[in-house]
Structures are given as structure tokens and as C-alpha cells.
Design a protein around this ligand. Structure first.
Ligand code: NAD
Length: 471
């Protein structure tokens, strides 16, 4: 059983005797959870949903996995994982044991005792929340809902989504929350590629519409996750997730600003950050880079900013952090242009090889990756751009860049180009070889740290560009 954080007291959770959960539909659900007879439905089988499936199945629960994508479901049925952190053999073993069944038949939600919703929450073109996936998944649940079900939203979203958007859709069935069915928000905190912190050992925050809702969710997640952190409401849980990701966005923006300041001061920002990180208290290390990416940090703070606009409040720090972070690809392109200029070359017509298009190292996720902006900006200025990424064989859904393949990292590719730009510092790349063969390297991640090569320009030592050897 999981540790339940002491926040439970503040969360208003009944820890003994149950908050009315001992009888009726809640009692039956609790009994099923305890005896592992509860059937779990996971709606949305992506980066968040699939690891969750594996955890529920590992704990011995039967899981029905729902996805609208035929391609995703067909692959999973064949035992093939499309998520890097989920090994195909683990998936295949759960399928063979009858513990996991992927399906596109949303009507089968009625077979589930618990439904966990893990669908995307992107931004619209105007950078407002696009909750259409949450609405559509909730409607699928509403069409199949029956007494005694627990519904948990795990998608990141603005405070109020669970209560104001989902609850009315589900109650349109005639069932009442807290009595007939149970509704909670529990943010997924998965960090793709993180070897230490996984779905199971990352503490779980849960907020329920009623104390009984919270009680049944804590009972279930407590059997699957190591640590549970109950909070007093879905809004508190929704805002917790937004605070975490806004914290990252703002701190990354701060070091990105430091990088630009250091560049003008002629100071090595990496040295400064490492020195600051020796302070044993009151400082947390963040590193600069070419910008932010992934499905969380660039998007989630805008969910809060939007919600606050509806309440006539402007979240200034969120806006500013977004502005600084989104300027970084321009800063990188200026750096490349200056470095080429020092070698008496124009960016227009230069052959640029980008190393890494994933938004962070050792993963295959290119959503919102700053590399995509860097490619577009370089090409707008007439550069001829290729990329190499051992994790991304080709760009798939990236608009005008769709279909572009990763090129091989041959000696010729390194030698014959005009500049290599390190955008993602994947560990498998031999940076010593890159620096030895390429005429010019712009390193946005400090991947060439310690190599001390005269043909390398770091993110923050633009002043050195003038001293570059002319090729
Ligand atoms: N990726 C991360 O690192 C991460 C981390 C924490 C939280 N989150 C949050 O989790 C949520 C899901 O993100 P993700 O990265 O797993 O997305 P994803 O795109 O990897 O997966 C979502 C899946 O949902 C499916 N889907 C869409 N609409 C559906 C519907 N109506 N019914 C059933 N399936 C549907 C899609 O086909 C897709 O397979 C988002 O809110 C995201 O912000 C993501």
C-alpha cells in the first residue's frame, strides 16, 4: 500500500471508516478495488496513458485501453509499443495474461469500474486552451456511464475543468456525482526518458469533487502508486500541476535571460550556473538552451493565463517567461549567422546540419521542439538545412517539415557542411568527432564542454565568434 501524504488531513479525506464510502455504490467499488476485481479503463493511450496501463496491469487489475486512433490500437494489439518508456515485451506480456486489451470501441467504457482520461490538451491557433479532446472523451464516458464508476481526469488543464466542464456532461446522464458516480482530477507528472522517476514512484496528487470521490480514488491509486497526496478539491489538484510546470517555464526563462546577459558580458553562463549550484540551499539548477518543447512546459502555463484572463487578471510572469523562451530559437539563429560571418560566409546558401530535433535529450518526442523553429528560421534566411537525430528517423506531423528524414552522421556530412548546430544533446553522439570534423559548431547545450576546440561557439560566448579561424 502507498504512503498517504499528511496533506490528506488538509485534503479533507476520511482516513478511517470512510467518507460514506463504506456502503452503497462507493462501498461496492471499494470492495472491487481491494479484491482487484475492478476493471480499469484508460482513455488515450499516449505518453501518459500507456505507462498508466502498464502500472494498473502490473498491480493485477484488468485494463481496457481506449483510443480513437486505429493505428495506435492496431499496433498495441500486435504487442508493439509506440511509447519509448514502455517496452513492447511488458505490453505483450500483459496482453497475453489477459490483463490489457486495447480497443477503439468507446461503448465498452460501460464494462469499466474506473475510467482514467489521458487525452491531449493542446492550445488553439490563438493559444487558448483546446479542451475539445477532454470534452469528446467525457462525452464518450457520459454515453456509457453507469452507477458505481469512478472517473479521473489526468490531462493537464485549467482549474475548473473537472467541476465546470466534466461534471455537468456526466450528470446529464441523470446520475449524481458523489452518490452514483465519483469524479476526481489527478495530474499525471510523467517525465519521458527519466530513468529514476516513473509513473509508479512519482507521488500522485488527487482532488475529488466530494470526500467520497477522493476516498475511492485514493484507495485505487494507493494500490498502484507508491505515494498519494490528497488535496481538498479538483481545482487544487489542477492548479498544482500548473504551478509545477509554470515554475519550470519561469525558471528556464530566467536562465535563458541569464544566457543572453552573459553573452553580452562575455561571461560563460554554464560556469556561473555550476558555481551557483554549489550553494546548498535556496538555489535550484536550471540550464539554458535553444527554447522549450514537449507537450507540457510550452503549453500548460497558457491554460492558467487563459483562465485568469476570464477572471480579469493578467498573469504577467507567465507571459514574460513565454516571451523569453520563444525568443531563444531566434537567438540561436543569430548565433549561427554571426559565427558564419566570422568565417566570411553568409547564412544564405550555407549548409547547416542540426544535431537533434527532439525537444530534450534521449527521447523521440518532437512536439513543440525548438529545433523545428530553428530549422524554419534558418531556411527563411536561405540556409540549406538537414538534421540528424538517432531517435527521430523522420519528422511525422510537423506541418511543412513533415516527411523530412534524419540524415546519417557520416564523416562527409560533418566535414562538407558549413556549420553543425547542436540543438539536442543526445548522449549517444560522439561530440569529440563532431568537433574534430566539422568546420564550425554552434553548441546550444554545452554538449562539447571540455573539448576546448577553437571552432566551437557556445550559446553564450558570441564575443568569441570574432576570433574564429576562417575556414
Ligand atoms: N507527454 C508528457 O510528458 C506529459 C506529462 C504529464 C502530463 N501530460 C498531459 O497528459 C495529457 C496527454 O498527453 P500525452 O502526451 O499522453 O498525449 P498523446 O498525444 O501522447 O496521447 C493522447 C492519446 O489520446 C488519444 N485520443 C485523443 N482523443 C481521444 C478520445 N476522445 N478518446 C480516446 N482517445 C483519444 C490520441 O489518439 C492519443 O493516442 C495532456 O493533457 C498532457 O498535457 C503529458
Amino acid at each position: 500500500m502507498a504512503t498517504v501524504s499528511s496533506t490528506a488531513a488538509r485534503g479533507g479525506m476520511a482516513t478511517g471508516g470512510g467518507a460514506g464510502g463504506g456502503s452503497g455504490d462507493a462501498g461496492k467499488l471499494l470492495a472491487k478495488i481491494e479484491s482487484k476485481r475492478a476493471v480499469i479503463g484508460v482513455v488515450g493511450l499516449g505518453y501518459v496513458g500507456l505507462p498508466l496501463v502498464v502500472e494498473f496491469a502490473r498491480a493485477g487489475y484488468k485494463v481496457l485501453g481506449f483510443d480513437v486512433s486505429e493505428r495506435v490500437v492496431a499496433g498495441l494489439k500486435a504487442g508493439r509499443s509506440h511509447i519509448q518508456d514502455v517496452p513492447s515485451d511488458a505490453l505483450a506480456a500483459h496482453i497475453a495474461a489477459g490483463l490489457f486489451e486495447p480497443t477503439t470501441e468507446m461503448g465498452r467504457i460501460t464494462e469499466c469500474d474506473v475510467v482514467s482520461i489521458c487525452v491531449p490538451t493542446p492550445l488553439s491557433k490563438t493559444r487558448d486552451p483546446d479542451v475539445s479532446y477532454v470534452v469528446s472523451a467525457t462525452q464518450s464516458v457520459a454515453e456509457a456511464i453507469r452507477p458505481g464508476q469512478l472517473v479521473v481526469l489526468e490531462s493537464t488543464t485549467y482549474p475548473g475543468t473537472t467541476r465546470e466542464l466534466m461534471q455537468p456532461l456526466l450528470e446529464a446522464s441523470g446520475l449524481r456525482v458523489g452518490e452514483d458516480f465519483f469524479l476526481c482530477f489527478s495530474p499525471e507528472r510523467v517525465d519521458p526518458g527519466n530513468e529514476r522517476w516513473k509513473t509508479r514512484n512519482t507521488p500522485r496528487v488527487i482532488g475529488g469533487i466530494t470526500p467520497t470521490c477522493l476516498e475511492v480514488a485514493v484507495a485505487l491509486y494507493g494500490r498502484v502508486m507508491d505515494t498519494i497526496v490528497p488535496v481538498s478539491s479538483p481545482e487544487a489538484a489542477e492548479l498544482t500541476k500548473l504551478l509545477e510546470n509554470t515554475f519550470r517555464s519561469i525558471n528556464i526563462a530566467l536562465v535563458n535571460e541569464m544566457a543572453q546577459a552573459s553573452d553580452r558580458l562575455g561571461v560563460d553562463v554554464w560556469e556561473v550556473i555550476d558555481a551557483a549550484a554549489t550553494k546548498p540551499f535556496g538555489f535550484m539548477k536550471f540550464v539554458p538552451g535553444p527554447g522549450i518543447g514537449g507537450h507540457c512546459i510550452p503549453l500548460d502555463p497558457h491554460y492558467l493565463a487563459w483562465k485568469m484572463r476570464t477572471l480579469n487578471y493578467k498573469t504577467r510572469m507567465i507571459e514574460l517567461a513565454g516571451e523569453i523562451n520563444s525568443e531563444m530559437p531566434h537567438f540561436v539563429v543569430d548565433k549561427v549567422q554571426d559565427a558564419l560571418n566570422a568565417q566570411r560566409k553568409a547564412l544564405n546558401g550555407s549548409r547547416i546540419l542540426l544535431l537533434g530535433v527532439a525537444y530534450k535529450k534521449d527521447i523521440d518526442d518532437v512536439r513543440e521542439s525548438p529545433a523545428l523553429d530553428v530549422i524554419k528560421l534558418l531556411e527563411e534566411k536561405g540556409a540549406l538545412v538537414d538534421y540528424h537525430d538517432p531517435f527521430v528517423a523522420a519528422l511525422r506531423d510537423e506541418g511543412e517539415l513533415r516527411g523530412r528524414p534524419s540524415v546519417e552522421l557520416t564523416d562527409t556530412a560533418l566535414r562538407d557542411g558549413d556549420c553543425v548546430v547542436i540543438v539536442t544533446d543526445h548522449t549517444g553522439i560522439d561530440y569529440e568527432r563532431v568537433v574534430r570534423l566539422a568546420p564550425l559548431v554552434v553548441d546550444t547545450r554545452n554538449a562539447t564542454r571540455g573539448l576546448n576546440s577553437p571552432n566551437v561557439v557556445h550559446l553564450t560566448d558570441g564575443h568569441r565568434a570574432l576570433a574564429l579561424p576562417v575556414a
